[in-house]
Ligand binder design. Sequence first.
Ligand code: SAM
Length: 276
Amino acid sequence: MGGELKKILRGHLAPEELAILVQSYDVVGDIAIIVIPDGLLGKKGLIAGAILNLHRHIKVVARRAGVYDGEFRTLPLEIIGGEDRKETLHRENGVRLLVNPEAVYYSVRSGNERQRIAALVQPGERVLVFFSGIGPYPLVIGRIQPQCRVIGIEKSPIAHAYAVKNLLYNRKITNVRLYEGDVRAVAPQLNMTFDRVVMPLPKSAEAFLHSALDSLQCQGRLHFYDMQEKGGFAASIEKVEEICRQRGRSLVSATVTVCGHCTPRLYRICVDAVID
Ligand SMILES: C[S@@+](CC[C@H](N)C(=O)[O-])C[C@H]1O[C@@H](n2cnc3c(N)ncnc32)[C@H](O)[C@@H]1O
């Protein structure tokens, strides 16, 4: 969202301030999350007011006060306008998600990708979602393909607690189970293999490929997320191939889907692989 912001701030900001205004922002439920450059921090209240005036359904405006960081990939936020709260109810792909976007990782920008993966799942499949966070992948898959079984594993106790609440909020979804813990410890305890394993942790999923392959049955589908520059997509396929070699498995086929950008030159990609 955002094209209108510059228009209504014209006359309130100097031309050099308008030039650095970041016009787009994410909307999670009724919370707008915006990036404010250092040169505009003195005007953050004015910018928040403009967003609140533009969209009646937005009740809170927060700014990114840092970057996604740490094992749980959390993002510090500062409220700069509207109500003083960070929890909201967001709707994505027909699923209701309660979330505090500061306490847990959740990106509205991955909604289309979750829809893409869910549409691939066939009736009768067993699907394992590593790094399930507040539950968007398991719930969207479980809703779109009611005749599959989905298990999600998440290490952050706060994110897992939200996922459990979200499963309760979406009462019609009855094919999802959620576990708290490290995927490396929890996946082997499930004592089962899966038709599909999804690995949405683009910065370090590589370190978990061994565990994913151990949970994946022959001819299973793996969705491995990675960050890559345009010319480097083959290197992400190589990472999967190398772990297949180490595990005595073989890569039958692999395609790459671009799911988004991290920086203008760095892409968030998904390697969709079939593994024997
Ligand atoms: C990039 S987020 C993705 C969350 C969710 N799948 C989504 O799309 O919103 C990665 C998640 O992995 C979790 N995580 C990190 N290391 C983990 C581990 N070893 N085992 C289980 N979960 C882990 C983090 O807490 C975080 O919630």
